[in-house]
Design a protein around this ligand. Structure first.
Ligand SMILES: NC(=O)c1ccc[n+]([C@@H]2O[C@H](COP(=O)([O-])OP(=O)(O)OC[C@H]3O[C@@H](n4cnc5c(N)ncnc54)[C@H](O)[C@@H]3O)[C@@H](O)[C@H]2O)c1
Length: 268
């Protein structure tokens, strides 16, 4: 398996895309530490686990698993996450910055009216969580000799026209995350650390499915506008994360890869 003997941290991995990423990395041989605000968060949207917890699912795949609860908007929580990983497993080779979401009200999200509190909330959740974890993990990633960071951005960070321009605060923060990816790749490349991003399209996670009707997402009209004519799955994202984290992507750094069924067809 291509990730044998590597240790990965996946943030926001109690459910959804993060959980699928954690399991995909474990299936390929990695030991995985998951971090989340709420390690039991899958139950909020009825996401079914195959064991009592996500770390138990990882262990059922024959790998070591650990859960660390914390709010990664706080830099101290990110430092604690890395320290607990090093204490338990002795190294960090892969960091997947997945914690995030478009959680501020859509009805006040146009660029001309979006309130500062929403801008700050989305900046903290979608950019600073990744900055905190990347900075905390960088010494260990350098020590790894084949360190890899994958940041989960969004198509909203690449194209303001997604969702009729209604995701300003979220899109700004994800756009900044893509640019942070490039800055960090430039700095960390000489130390052998690769840094890439993925920009998912609409992914049918349990959360998205539970909230789609109220948010008018995933409609037949939305699907008709996707060249591959379906919403994405969490596994669609997880498989590309696993590729970017592996030696198959050894010469790829500083890139943002759209995984969106062809929704975004402009250069990144
Ligand atoms: N689902 C989609 O359609 C979609 C599309 C584009 C991008 N994304 C991005 O993918 C990532 C995962 O999305 P998802 O749909 O699986 O969301 P989700 O809400 O199901 O999962 C996100 C997880 O992050 C955790 N989290 C939130 N804030 C945190 C914090 N401050 N510290 C630690 N953990 C925190 C949550 O508890 C949750 O378990 C997000 O960054 C999101 O912006 C999702």
């Amino acid at each position: 398996m291509d990730l044998n003997s590597r240790v990965a941290i996946v943030t926001g991995a109690a459910r959804g895309i993060g959980r699928a990423v954690a399991l995909a990395l474990a299936r390929r041989g990695a030991d995985v530490v998951i971090s989340d605000l709420d390690l039991d968060g899958a139950r909020h949207y009825g996401e079914q686990l195959s064991a009592a917890s996500v770390p138990d699912e990882i262990r059922a795949l024959g790998r070591r698993g650990l859960g660390v609860q914390g709010d990664l908007c706080d830099a101290a929580a990110a430092r604690d996450l890395v320290a607990r990983t090093l204490e338990a497993f002795g190294r960090v080779d892969i960091l997947v910055n997945n914690a995030g979401g478009a959680l501020t009200p859509v009805e006040r999200s146009l660029a001309s009216v979006v309130p500062e509190e929403d801008l700050q909330a989305m900046w903290q959740l979608n950019l600073m969580t990744a900055v905190h974890c990347s900075q905390a993990a960088m010494p260990a990633l350098r020590d790894s000799g084949r360190g890899s960071i994958v940041n989960i951005a969004s198509r909203a960070g690449l194209d303001p026209a997604q969702r009729q321009g209604r995701l300003t605060a979220y899109g700004l923060a994800k756009g900044a995350l893509v640019q942070y990816t490039r800055f960090l790749a430039h700095e960390a490349g000489p130390a052998g650390v690769r840094v890439n991003a993925i920009a998912p399209g609409a992914i049918a996670t349990a959360r998205l499915q539970a909230t789609a009707a109220a948010r008018n997402i995933g409609t037949a009209g939305d699907v008709a506008n996707i060249p591959l004519r379906r919403l994405g799955t969490a596994e669609d994202i997880a498989n590309v994360v696993a590729f970017l984290a592996s030696d198959d992507a050894a010469y790829v750094t500083g890139q943002c890869l759209s995984v969106c069924g062809g929704t975004v067809l402009t250069p990144n």
